[in-house]
Ligand binder design. Sequence first.
Ligand code: NAD
Length: 435
Amino acid sequence: MTASPLLSPGPATPGADPSGPLYESAVARVRAAAEEVGSLREVALILSEPKNEIVVHCPVRRDDGRWELLEGYRVQHNNILGPYKGGIRYHPEVSLGDVKTLALLMTLKCALYQLPFGGAKGGLKLDPAARSPSELMRATRRFTSALGVNIGPDYDIPAPDMGTNAQVMAWMADTYINFAEISQKVSARGVVTGKPLSFGGCAGRESATGQGVVNVLRVLLPGRGESLRGQTAALLGFGNVGSWTARLLEAEGARVVAVLDHTGGVRRAEGLDCAALARYAAEHRGVAGFSGGEPLAEEAFYRTPVDLMIPAALEQMIDAERADWLACRYLVEAANAPTTPAAEDLLQQRGVEILPAILCNAGGVVVSYLEWRQNREAETWEEATVQRHLWTRVERTADRVLQRSSRTGQSLRTAAYAEALEHLSEVYQARSVFP
Ligand code: NAD
């Protein structure tokens, strides 16, 4: 591409983007990485808006006979590398701006890991904890049918995210298959990943994002002359990602000394029993009241001295105030976009190293890619095969980011974004812009 002037650089003033400050700060980070490399401004321009934003409204019948209208989103951010790919979130406060941001991050994540996927994300405004299984099933089926031909195994492939799981994916796939042509009903199951094992799922998918976080640390820490054994960790969020990261860290000889979720906090200086805590949290819908540790207040959680602070809950929870409380050496972004720009500046000044989300939490999408491949080939791989593929992909990617960061002096975030943008740029340069 030639260095032509950019005709639509997007809003320059904070607050000017109707998608909200989260989207604006995500785009600003992309632009900053592109500027730092110097030759990627055209790609940053293309990535500054999604290709498609789909908003649907679905009438759903409650168990008591009342009708309600649910709002759902699917944002298809970019598909230059392959089919759109990204999770579906069920949350009462999910917004189009959040979904746009998460879709952009998926484009970057898939590009960084050199997967043959683009980026997308979806959301449905509902609280899954307040729904019966049959209400959840009806809402899922109606949302899937509203998305219609906007999803498909070669076009846009959803997966689980916050508030959704393998069961929700099974309902989505079943609904899609019921609308598929007779000759396509077998291949149609590849429309979603994160399905139950019995229905075309992949061994190791449930723990994959946590395993990816741990694999990144297994590459990064030796690069810093350290190992995971003996490190102390605190987890913010103890759902799928948080609880698996904790259990797998414990298996590597690290000590999880503090956990906070939406119900409260718990600490144990000698290390929590993470498997027992995961069982307790699943049964009681949170960690508060766990008898294997002492209760912990919110501010005390953030102030706990640890090697690894691991946000694994909602976006933007590490703001400037909480960043000021942190007493960690590494901030490991297991959640998407957990750190505000102001918090990031503050932590960098204090020498806390931030491991960016697009590097840390890609284990889920890597294993989703393996599931999609198995569905296409009508294969079922052993978990050891899945783990080998996941390890190789994480090791190769984390190595590239580390090497770029030490070669250029860039932060790990800028190095990761630059690697992703360069990969996208190569494809855009080869194809150019139509017409
Ligand atoms: P989850 O619904 O299983 O768990 C979410 C956790 O966040 C729960 O423990 C909940 O208590 C906690 N939480 C919510 N609000 C909180 C609050 N105000 N204070 C403290 N804790 C709070 O979700 P998940 O799948 O584990 O996803 C967590 C994060 O990881 C999200 O950012 C998600 O986008 C990201 N992520 C998930 C996957 C995946 O495969 N599930 C993959 C990549 C990234």
